[in-house]
Design a protein. Structure first.
Lengths: 212, 228
């Protein structure tokens, strides 16, 4: 695992999450690793929702870029066949109302109950939350993608979050470069080791309790 | 009386110091760039700005921020402009952070004549502090107050001379909601057409919401913001 650079690691995680998606479904992708998941989805009946007002997001050729057609990360995107545009309150009604099947989000920390923190860091000004809280309460399933540890090597999968939580709702699955966890009855269950990872390494780098 | 003007100054004559102003856009996409620039040239202060972001550093609403014309910002993602944090740290601006869906729904409610609504978003988090909790059918909700404003500055694609509006791709975002939630609604558009030229089935904002129409003088392109 040590030889993998950050970009490779992100792609490995994104590719693995993509395998978890089964059409037909509507998926909302967050910023960062989640955005990369689109590169690995092969089913034609997986539709992408972006909270700034488009259902049916695709990638876009460089010569087709439209400055008024972007995703929630403000990156240029394209319009799929069957796409629709809507305003921000309709977009979040879809999310809060439970009409989006899967949200794939990044996280700063996950605790062993499956609760996550992904919007604020203590000691810094709290400046942005975006759609994270809405997606957590509303999406039918929430998948989290993140590096297993922080830059200093400390575990991001903790007994308890030390950063402000995003919701009291537990996520459904967690994907890192080392492992895949499912959250069952507010407890973490290790369901898969990623290629090259060992159970010893996962135990060493995971503060939270989990079952195997 | 005609709703159409070609003077930004005249269009912004409704904005006064101390007003609450809704400003459309998701970043620069769908932001009323000409009206925002007009506001930077107008002598106003103590504005409460409701917008998803406060522009970017030195761009859009970011200029207004640096001119110290904004007393309070209400939005969901101020992170896009690092100057907001600096101002906040110095105590030069008040901020109210709302989840993006709550920001949108509060304006929808305000425009629809509601006082507020209960939502699950934010329950149990720092953003729920001080908000009323209520259990409905076994689920915990928090109360969010509706947002209404003095003025809305919005961006649409086309208007007819009555004020019916259609939008363009993801530049729609908060604009149709803001059109409903302010006493005076000022819209900038790419094109002004005659009544009957817009398909009634495609009109998103019916004319009764709109007070002033002006043609956009600043356009967002792939090369950035340019003058028309």
């Amino acid at each position: 695992m040590t030889s993998m650079n950050k970009s490779d690691m992100q792609h490995v995680i994104a590719k693995r999450v993509a395998q978890e998606l089964e059409g037909p479904c509507v998926v909302n992708l967050g910023i960062g690793i989640p955005t990369l998941v689109a590169e690995y989805m092969d089913a034609a009946d997986i539709y992408l929702h972006t909270e700034n007002g488009l259902l049916g997001v695709t990638d876009v050729e460089a010569d087709q870029i439209d400055p008024n057609l972007v995703n929630a990360g403000k990156l240029p995107v394209g319009e799929a066949i069957g796409a629709s545009y809507f305003n921000s309150s309709d977009s979040f009604a879809m999310i809060r109302g439970g009409h989006v099947d899967v949200a794939i989000l990044g996280a700063l920390q996950v605790e062993q109950t499956g609760v996550i923190a992904n919007w604020a860091v203590p000691g810094k000004n709290i400046m942005g939350v975006g759609g994270a809280m809405d997606l957590l309460v509303g999406a039918k399933k929430v998948f989290v993608t993140m590096s297993h540890t922080s830059k200093d090597g400390s575990s991001k999968i903790l007994k308890e979050c030390t950063y402000p939580i995003t919701s009291t709702r537990s996520v459904d699955m967690i994907f890192t470069e080392l492992a895949v966890f499912k959250v069952v009855d507010h407890q973490l269950k290790l369901v898969e080791l990623m290629p090259g990872a060992t159970i010893e390494e996962v135990r060493e780098k995971t503060e939270a309790e989990f079952t195997e | 009386m005609s709703k159409i003007t070609d003077s930004i100054e005249e269009a912004l004559s409704h904005v006064e110091s101390g007003n609450t102003v809704l400003v459309g856009g998701f970043g620069l996409v769908g932001a009323p760039l000409s009206l925002i620039e007009g506001l930077t040239e107008k002598d106003v202060k103590d504005l409460t700005i409701v917008s998803n972001n406060l522009g970017e550093s030195g761009k859009g609403l970011g200029i207004l921020l640096n001119q110290n014309k904004i007393k309070k910002g209400i939005g969901s993602y101020f992170t896009s402009n690092r100057d907001v944090g600096d101002k906040y740290q110095k105590g030069e601006i008040e901020l109210e952070l709302l989840p993006q869906g709550t920001l949108a729904e509060s304006m929808r409610a305000g425009g629809a004549g509601l006082g507020g609504y209960y939502t699950t978003t934010g329950v149990g988090t720092d953003l729920a502090k001080g908000k009323e909790e209520r259990e409905i059918d076994g689920v915990t909700y928090i109360f969010e107050k509706a947002i209404r404003a003095d003025v809305a500055l919005i961006r649409a694609h086309k208007a007819d001379t009555l004020g019916n509006l259609v939008y363009y791709k993801t530049a729609r975002n908060f604009n149709p909601l803001m059109a409903t939630a302010a006493k005076k609604v000022i819209v900038e558009v790419d094109e002004i057409v005659q009544p009957g030229e817009l398909n009634p089935e495609e009109i998103v904002t019916p004319f009764l919401y709109v007070d002033v129409i002006i043609k956009a003088q600043q356009i967002l392109t792939n090369e950035g913001v340019v003058n028309r």
